[in-house]
Design a protein around this ligand. Structure first.
Ligand SMILES: [Zn+2]
Length: 499
């Protein structure tokens, strides 16, 4: 479903408490080590408090660092207030140690509740184990013997023999949700990074299934029809998430926003390869018979549409990372555009197809993943996306419909958070556009040129224009039967009207 004019924006945030509650930043250096908040100290010193309230918009979520659970109660609350003042929120983690998890939940979520901060849970540590290792879930050869052979690290079994419900995982998720509910703690966001565990169609998975008598019986044209095999795999994968994650959590928290890494509505293609899907960083694993879309050196993969919807998720979490292959596969002489283009392709696919009432909160990472360590092994001209262009990327994602982000930058949070939070903070000056507006543009040029994104509200457009080629000149974009005239405006937004 496309975000369309007239639909209201999702209201997924909580009110920011008065900013005056934020302590002076000098507090951190003096007290951080003693009070167990050292990993956060540099971040809190480097990132300024917001000067406008978040209103109804969600905070920015940080996958790392960890919450300072060893801090004193007073310092923990002070730290959470400081994060809140900066528009930031960390995840509480459901850990295998249930007793310790609940102790921390009561303490930390209790303060979140008191401050009006959303409670966001990362359930990754307790989400795995969905595809059992037993032979009864493996493919079956012509000789009747079980086998696996996906080439993937977890070597999933037969998608035609596994069932969607897994009582061990479901029971674990259910017990945490019930315990959190019993403690009268809220649960506003539930996210998992569940990837390496379920049915999967990539690497040698299709080749293995074609040798399986069960798969061949249930998917008669499996030898030539990758799409049919993919549909079986992705359907089961989505049902596993629905039965074992979504339903038990929603039974206790019907209003929770729930999602998983890389689960989002899209246009039928995936524009990147995750690290475990490649043969090596930058080297996609290509299979004859799969209808890739080629662009320069990039291979876009067909992706089953319905995965997000079948799972029952209501929070879209696409992955917008600076994978090394983006730089390696595009030949643009403007090297920033290699990253920018690949990342915004994926972001635009998600944004264009995510319904207006579904929060869109991408996982975001701006520094290269998987680039060769040795300079001599890197392509000529190799350079990361610079911070100013990363900030531009954030702006375009916001104007295309991103409601917030989950920053994944372990150990490097400050470098990535500075441009991200700066863009988000600036966007608060245009609150009505983001709370009530509708994204109007999703295109981007296939050569470095002018990228324009816009949010439409009340007869006006909040517009960001970023130029990747000289000379810069005004552009005219047809929109709603009229024309949008976009002057050059480096590093700032414009409020424009159609002519
Ligand atoms: Zn099979």
């Amino acid at each position: 479903m496309k975000r369309t004019a007239g639909e209201s924006r999702p209201l997924v945030g909580l009110l920011l408490l008065p900013l005056l509650l934020c302590p002076a930043t000098s507090t951190w250096a003096a007290e951080a080590a003693r009070d167990g908040v050292a990993p956060l100290a540099a971040l809190l010193e480097a990132i300024p408090p917001l000067t406008s309230p978040l209103g109804q918009r969600p905070p920015l979520f940080l996958w790392s660092p960890e919450l300072p659970v060893t801090a004193s109660d007073a310092q923990l609350e002070t730290t959470l207030r400081a994060l809140q003042a900066r528009g930031l929120c960390l995840f509480l983690r459901w850990q295998p140690d249930a007793s310790n998890t609940m102790t921390q939940l009561r303490r930390v979520a209790g303060i979140h509740k008191k401050l009006g901060l959303p409670v966001a849970v990362d359930a990754t540590p307790v989400s795995h184990g969905l595809f059992p290792k037993a032979d009864s879930y493996s493919h079956v050869g012509q000789d009747g013997k079980p086998f696996r052979g996906s080439g993937l690290s977890w070597n999933p079994g037969c998608p035609c023999r596994a069932t969607s419900r897994n009582d061990a995982v479901r029971g674990r998720i259910d017990s945490y949700a019930r315990a959190q509910q019993a403690a009268e703690l809220p649960l506003d966001y539930w996210i998992s990074d569940w990837e390496l565990d379920g049915p999967n169609e990539w690497k040698q998975s299709w080749a293995a299934a074609r040798k399986c008598v069960t798969c061949c019986r249930q998917i008669p044209d499996i030898a030539t029809n990758f799409a049919a095999f993919q549909a079986v795999v992705r359907q089961l994968r989505a049902e596993m998430q629905r039965e074992n994650f979504v339903r038990p959590v929603q039974a206790c928290f019907p209003a929770v926003r729930i999602g998983n890494y890389a689960m989002n509505p899209h246009d039928g293609y995936r524009y990147y390869w995750d690290y475990y899907e490649e043969d090596a960083f930058g080297k996609p694993n290509l299979t004859d018979g799969i209808a890739y879309r080629r662009e320069q050196g990039a291979y876009y993969r067909p992706w089953w549409r319905g995965e997000f919807e079948t799972s029952g998720y209501n929070l879209a979490a696409p992955v917008i990372y600076a994978w090394y292959h983006l730089f390696a596969n595009y030949a643009f002489t403007n090297t920033d555009y290699r990253w920018f283009y690949g990342m915004l392709l994926e972001g635009s696919s998600a944004a264009r197809h995510t319904p207006a009432n579904t929060p869109l909160i991408p996982f975001l990472h701006g520094m290269p993943i998987g680039a060769p360590d040795k300079t001599s092994d890197r392509p000529v001209g190799f350079a990361p996306l610079n911070a100013a262009m990363f900030k531009e990327l954030v702006w375009h994602l916001l104007l295309r419909g991103a409601d917030s982000f989950i920053l994944w930058a372990p150990g490097d949070e400050v470098r990535e958070l500075q441009p991200l939070q700066a863009a988000y903070a600036e966007s608060l000056a245009y609150q009505e556009f983001f709370e009530k507006g509708t994204p109007a543009l999703f295109d981007l040029p296939d050569q470095p040129g002018v990228v324009v994104s816009a949010m439409k509200w009340n007869g006006k457009l909040l517009v960001r224009r970023t130029d990747f080629a000289d000379p810069a000149a005004p552009v005219i974009i047809p929109l709603d039967g009229k024309q949008l005239f976009v002057p050059v405006a480096p590093g700032r937004c414009q409020v424009l009207t159609l002519e």
